[in-house]
Design a protein around this ligand. Structure first.
Ligand SMILES: Cc1ncc(COP(=O)(O)O)c(C=O)c1O
Length: 448
């Protein structure tokens, strides 16, 4: 029974309620970032309880469409008022239409769509498909991120998240970008292997593979009979400037994982796209792997509208154009202000990472950027990389505001790190900020 009088979200002590009912860690996080509380959103903007508006360049790659895109909201609202969840006994047309729409833009040869509720669930689905097909050993990459459910975690290459949960599924990890290493692992497992790989490692800090790597991986899989699963949960649906991150290399996978942007920024939904051969076990028996809420009409209305909106508004092309400009500009201002503390600014499309010399600088920049009105993300598997994943609906003036905010935030961080005035005992300055001539900035990730 509830104790005391019921209270709406406006009247609760948020940090205390987080501490008591969600997690102390989350509460602390909220406290450190000044108790900022998000209560609304529209387009590229998130509004806070104290009346501020923050430009959302974070969101862990979900908001390619921005927030509450009118087309997605209209489709979802209509579905909400008509038939949000299905009995799952009868046929249901919205799910079927969403599958057909997604299949129409899927990489060549992947006609089957299996809807799920989250990215990690998409990974689980692919791993179970692999098992059912006889591919039992997962071959994944150091720093790769595929979700945190037990199966997905076996592939996610980060011992911090894995160690408390061992034993996990049988998985071998190889360095990302090293074609010889992964080819050797694939050859050693033969048809027992299932390669799970990102076209660009997002959570590892926006790591781009060398040219020819993904096609080499695909070729090795084909040669040795391994299953190739490409995780496009972060890179897919236009984020990198093309429909699929793998399109930059022309890879042909057996299975592709989709999530994040498929939601249209409105309803959580993810999916697995598979070839006829790879999907055969679930094609024959739909109850071999199922979930009550998966492929709900509400989520599928969002998914269909999300894909149609990207196509209609050319959001993938906008991601390429805006991304090229932003990457250069962000790199420029960060190096101007922080010099050699900025090791590299890289990415493709609207997936941009700034690698700094120390994780502490990333934390400081995140807080300064919030202060300057911009939300950005950290990287779960690489704490030295600040991540920008702005929406592709960004206007020119929003783009300019984002760059100006990065400039101010970096200037504030640099000012704090500068050595103290001479009449005070000298503080040890971080060595990378004492360099008089900053080393050349490297920006990588052009478009073919
Ligand atoms: C490449 C990739 N795969 C899988 C996931 C897991 O998705 P979710 O957080 O929806 O479970 C993520 C999330 O960041 C991701 O970036």
């Amino acid at each position: 029974m509830m104790s005391g009088s019921p209270s709406g979200p406006e009247s609760i002590d948020l940090i205390e309620t987080y501490r008591r009912h969600l997690s102390r860690g989350r509460a602390l996080f909220g406290q450190v970032s000044g108790g900022l509380t998000e209560v609304g959103s529209e387009g590229a903007w998130v509004s806070t309880a104290d009346g501020r508006r923050l430009l959302d360049c974070g969101g862990y790659g979900v908001f390619l469409h921005g927030h509450r895109h009118p087309r997605v909201v209209a489709a979802v609202a209509e579905q909400l008022h008509r038939h949000p969840l299905a009995t799952r006994v009868l046929l249901e047309p919205v799910t079927a239409a969403a599958a057909a729409t997604l299949a129409s833009i899927s990489p060549a040869g992947l006609p089957h769509v299996h809807f799920v509720n989250s990215g990690a669930e998409a990974t689980e689905t692919a791993l179970k498909l692999a098992r059912a097909l006889g591919h039992r050993t997962v071959i994944a990459t150091h720093g790769g991120f595929h979700g945190k459910t037990l199966g997905a975690l076996s592939a996610t290459g980060n011992p911090t998240y894995q160690d408390p949960f061992r034993p996990l599924l049988l998985a071998v990890h190889v360095p990302y970008g090293d074609l010889a290493a992964i080819t050797e692992a694939i050859a050693a497992r033969g048809a027992d292997g299932c390669v799970l790989i990102e076209p660009i490692q997002g959570e590892a800090g926006v790591v781009l593979p060398p040219p020819g790597y993904l096609t080499g991986v695909a070729e090795a899989c084909r040669r040795h009979g391994a299953l190739l699963v490409v995780d496009e949960i972060q890179t897919g649906l236009g984020r990198t400037g093309r429909w699929w991150g793998g399109d930059h290399d022309g890879v042909t996978p057996d299975v592709v994982l989709v999530g994040k942007g498929l939601s249209g920024g409105v309803v959580p939904v993810a999916a697995v796209l598979a070839s006829r051969q790879a999907y055969a076990p679930f094609d024959a028996d739909p109850f071999l792997h199922s979930s009550t809420f998966a492929g709900s009409p509400l989520a599928c209305a969002a998914a269909r509208a999300a894909v149609e909106t990207i196509a209609a508004e050319g959001l993938h092309e906008r991601a390429r154009e805006i991304g090229d400009r932003l990457r250069e500009a962000i790199g420029g201002v960060l190096v101007d202000r922080l010099g050699g503390a900025v090791l590299e600014v890289r990415g493709r499309g609207l997936l941009i990472g700034a690698e700094l010399a120390q994780p502490g600088l990333v934390g400081e920049l995140v807080l300064e950027l919030l202060h300057e009105g911009v939300v950005v993300s950290t990287s779960l598997n690489e704490h030295r990389v600040l991540r920008f994943t702005p929406p592709a609906i960004l206007t020119k003036s929003e783009e300019t505001s984002a760059i100006a905010a990065v400039d101010r935030a970096a200037r504030n961080v640099a000012a704090r790190l500068r050595p103290a005035p001479t009449h005070l005992p000298p503080l040890p300055a971080p060595p990378e900020l004492t360099t008089t001539a900053p080393p050349e900035l490297t920006t990588t990730g052009g478009h073919r």
